[in-house]
Design a protein around this ligand. Structure first.
Ligand code: GLU
Length: 479
């Protein structure tokens, strides 16, 4: 069997948004699950939409997310160049061939003439005027240096059909397709031409892209047929929506991979979540690494209907990844966020990581969850009120001085010794566990929620600081 070759062909028009990354991911997964090659091609022929720096963003994002390509502008390969603006001569050569084959023709119509073709609604549809020019007339105009474009010659009637592996049979009437421009007056190809030439010359076997190309694919098939080339297999993907009616789109500034990384999402979770936007495995599994996704990816799992991007779900998944990390991993991966906290360099981060692991979903929650270790300020006494724990400031006023005394008397200050002395206090006072533990935790943290319970916090703070905070809180309660 022919080696599977898929490609991701982004246009460098800004950052790489979630929809683009999903297209890349599916191309990657499909090729890798078939032992094939995955190619990156930069489609930069639309100079008006080109955004500086966006090619670098594409390289960085793909590397960072692990969606690595075998061939591409920055890694090379046998089918280059992989940047369309460097392939101009190739397109010119093939456009001329297509003209000879009758699949395209030169058009010298002026912008004024084109504008005069506007219908009642302001739409222009080219009328094949230049198709009537003789060979000699064309040559004379070319020799005279008249500006021209090359247009595709779409049959006037008939229906074009093809089979898409996701959407099934697609048929389009030729009368609904216009003679679109293949080569622009500046000599640059349009996407409509370049994608066909490149996919063929780069030996792409499976074209995986957004479903906005579903209805223009018959135009491309006409060219494959005219050149006598084999058509690739088509796999069009359903859109990703922001909500029930709006598509997620980079033009509307919807979040990119990079934004989510900066927000503290676990990278593997972002990729994992993106894989699930339009594809599902045959089981209910949701947490899958890139390797597992590669093993399990199949076209049958791709859905025809759109999926809604649910940030809360991705956040949950990110939390699952954090839970599964070792303490060392969390410290390493969340380094940037630990640095943003006030505890960096002052505490054993591995110990803190073990407390945080089950309590956060994204790394950016880290500073707020641990800063209390370094900052302890006046807090609101209402924190002592907790219905379920049946506790409040009055109870704290009784409990805290006793807890302070017993902790102060501990010969050894450890997790266990603090635990045991507080349990003893619970028994001696005949109160509920929460009435002691909640009060002491608030008293030494000044926060409603913290990473870790009383013993963990006390251990991190050390005996001296624990007692200092208890003293402060007792005074605060008696103000
Ligand atoms: N450059 C096109 C885009 O960014 C690629 C479409 C395709 O994959 O063929 O939408």
């Amino acid at each position: 069997m022919e080696k599977v070759r898929t490609r991701f062909a982004p246009s460098p028009t800004g950052y790489l948004h979630i929809g683009g990354l999903r297209t890349a991911l599916y191309g990657y997964l499909y090729s890798k699950s078939h032992g094939g090659d995955f190619i990156l091609r930069i489609e930069d022929t639309d100079t008006a939409r080109y955004v500086d720096g966006s090619v670098q963003i594409i390289y960085d994002t793909m590397r960072d997310s692990g969606i690595m390509y075998d061939e591409g502008p920055d890694v090379g390969g046998n089918y280059g160049p992989y940047v369309q603006s460097e392939r101009k001569d190739i397109y010119t050569e093939y456009a001329k061939k297509l003209v000879e084959l009758g699949g395209a023709y030169y058009c010298f119509c002026t912008p004024e003439r084109i504008a005069s073709l506007k219908d009642g609604e302001g739409n222009v549809r080219y009328d094949k005027h230049c198709l009537n020019l003789t060979k000699e007339e064309i040559q004379a105009k070319l020799d005279a240096g008249e500006p021209y474009v090359i247009r595709q010659n779409i049959p006037k009637e008939g229906v074009s059909s093809y089979h898409d592996l996701v959407y099934g049979e697609i048929s389009v009437d030729y009368k609904d397709i216009e003679d679109g421009i293949l080569i622009k007056s500046d000599g640059m190809p349009t996407y409509n031409f370049a994608n066909v030439i490149d996919d063929h010359l780069m030996n792409i076997t499976h074209v995986i892209r957004g479903n906005e190309y579903l209805s223009s694919t018959p135009k491309y098939n006409l060219m494959y047929d005219a050149f006598g080339w084999e058509r690739p297999v088509y796999i069009h993907l359903p859109p990703i929506m922001k909500d029930a009616t709006r598509k997620l789109s980079k033009r509307h500034g919807d979040a990119s991979y990079e934004d989510f990384v900066n927000k503290g999402y676990v990278k593997e979770a972002i990729v994992n979540y993106i894989a699930l936007l339009g594809w599902s495995p045959s089981t209910n599994d949701e947490k899958m690494s890139l390797t597992e996704l590669t093993e399990r990816f199949s076209l049958e799992g791709i859905s025809k209907s759109s999926s809604i991007f649910d940030e809360a779900k991705m956040r949950w998944l990110s939390g699952e990844y954090i839970k599964a990390m070792t303490d060392e991993e969390l410290v390493e991966k969340a380094d940037k966020f630990f640095k943003m906290s006030k505890v960096y360099g002052k505490y054993d981060l591995k110990k803190i990581a073990s407390l945080l692991k089950t309590r956060i979903e994204i790394y950016s929650e880290i500073p707020e969850k641990i800063n209390f270790l370094e900052e302890f300020e006046r807090y609101d006494l209402s924190l002592y009120t907790h219905k379920k724990m049946k506790t409040d400031a009055d109870i704290a006023r009784t409990v805290l001085p006793l807890a302070r005394e017993r902790i102060a008397n501990l010969a050894e200050f450890t997790f266990d010794s603090v635990h045991d002395c507080l349990m003893q206090l619970v028994q001696d006072l005949g109160v509920k566990n929460g009435q002691v533990f909640w009060c002491v935790r608030v008293a030494i943290s000044g926060k409603e929620s913290t990473a870790g319970g009383v013993m963990e916090i006390a251990e991190l703070l050390g005996k001296e600081e624990t007692l200092r905070r208890l003293d402060y809180s007792i005074a605060l309660l008696n103000e």
